[in-house]
Write a protein that binds this ligand. Structure first.
Ligand code: ATP
Length: 402
């Protein structure tokens, strides 16, 4: 178990024609002892390179990596007390499960054969593969192979686990199951874990904290809910959450009193003093609202009213997922004509809302969409920085401990 610190870590590759590729750009993350940190971001953002630098499989161009305070920049991979699990299970095909799991211990420790056997068996039981120890990888399913690969890392009892998309070869159901198992396991073992994925759902559900990368640059580090409700910028707001947050381009105009008005193509949204103050002096802004925060009122021929927080819209598409309906809304313009009626195929004025799965919704329904002010985010259009995030109230526990 170990605290793992990255201080201004940078990796520059040189490609064939001699130009530099900055894969990881000045990244600093302080990972606590026993923490489960998920590194997430789109393909090519530098996740694997960061992990490989921690493992010692890639040299570091700049910055420092420390394990429990000890600088490990130049420590060879085998001496770092770190175990890595890859997307490809990389098991030795001619060895049995038991041999695959024992191999690393035989090579790198002076444990006796009996001690190795005992450790392998204990780990195999914990991983639910106790009765597969004599099989070879070719005789196992993908899920079982992945358990062996994880077991092989666990049996080493390392200070840190590094996992690079370890579940991505599994089908959706098994993946969800392994996600939960892996979390339980990590809690039980208490081993510091850095887990790489491009899947935001995996990041949200597994991490104590998540670190979001884009183009080699760290965008935000925080708990999943912090990143969801209080994104640092447009990139994070867009990346975290499915369906994604809605974004509406607006310009800011002074309003009555202390307020301001966010003026878009299809709405004039009045905001009160705190948001007006947070956006003071800016002109081009982006108003963000999550699909689940938009309240849809049916049976209502909607018109712009109440501070412009309610706009009339026409449902264009409904995607039922069972527990909810994902509803695509085309905002009406001033004449009350739906945008898609006028501009065929133009979906730029479409926003997405989610409603309960039991609610009957159909395309062409005309509705009122209410965008509550306490749920909106406002970003600077140029820098992407969040100027205002939604209100987050501390919630009361539903069940009191007696
Ligand atoms: P993915 O999810 O697709 O695996 P990633 O976020 O893990 O992506 P990296 O593999 O870390 O991204 O790559 C980051 C950047 O560095 C990419 O632009 C990639 O092309 C580049 N890169 C990675 N390895 C090398 C290398 N050995 N030589 C040159 N460029 C590299």
């Amino acid at each position: 178990m170990a605290r793992t610190q990255l201080d201004d870590v940078t990796k520059v590759f040189t490609d064939d024609d001699g130009s530099d590729i900055v894969a990881v750009d000045d990244v600093s993350i302080d990972i606590a002892d026993g923490e489960f940190l998920v590194l997430v971001g789109p393909s090519g953002c530098g996740k694997s390179t960061t992990l490989r630098m921690i493992a010692g499989l890639e040299s570091i161009t700049g910055g420092e990596i420390r394990l429990d305070g000890r600088l490990i920049n130049d420590v060879p991979a085998k001496d770092r007390d770190i175990a890595m699990v890859f997307q490809s299970y990389a098991l030795y095909p001619h060895m049995t499960v038991k041999e695959n799991m024992s191999f690393g211990l035989e090579e790198s420790t002076d444990l006796s054969e009996d001690e190795i056997s005992a450790r392998v068996e204990k780990t195999a039981q914990m991983m639910g593969i106790g009765d597969l120890l004599d099989r070879t990888p070719g005789e196992l399913s993908g899920g079982q192979q992945q358990r062996v690969a994880l077991g092989r890392a666990i049996v080493r009892e390392p200070a840190v686990f590094l996992m690079d998309e370890p579940l991505s070869n599994l089908d959706a159901k098994l993946r969800a199951q392994m996600r939960t198992e892996l979390q339980h396991l990590q809690e039980e073992l208490g081993t510091t874990t850095v887990y790489v994925t491009h899947d935001q759902t995996e990041a949200m559900t597994m991490g104590d904290r998540i670190a979001i990368l884009n183009d080699g640059e760290l965008q935000q580090v925080g708990t999943p809910l912090e990143c969801y409700h209080e994104p640092a910028n447009l990139f994070v707001a867009d990346f975290i959450g499915e369906p994604a947050m809605n974004f509406i381009e607006v310009t800011r105009r002074e309003g009555d009193g202390d307020g301001a008005v966010l003026v878009g193509d299809r709405l004039e949204y009045r905001v009160s003093a705190d948001i007006a103050e947070a956006t003071e002096g800016r002109s081009d802004l982006v108003l963000g609202v999550r699909p689940e925060d938009i309240e849809i009122e049916f049976d209502q021929e909607a018109e712009q009213r109440v501070n412009g927080h309610e706009v009339s819209a026409t449902i264009t598409v409904v995607e039922p997922t069972g527990d909810e309906n994902i509803v695509y809304l085309s905002l009406d313009d001033e004449e009350g004509v739906s945008v898609t009626e006028r501009v065929d195929g133009d979906v730029s004025d479409t926003i997405i809302a989610t409603v309960d799965g039991m609610t009957r919704v159909e395309s062409d329904d005309r509705v009122a969409a209410h965008i509550p002010e306490d749920a909106i985010h406002v970003f600077d259009a140029e820098s992407g920085d969040a100027l205002h995030n939604r209100r987050v109230d501390a919630t009361e526990p539903r069940i009191e401990n007696v």
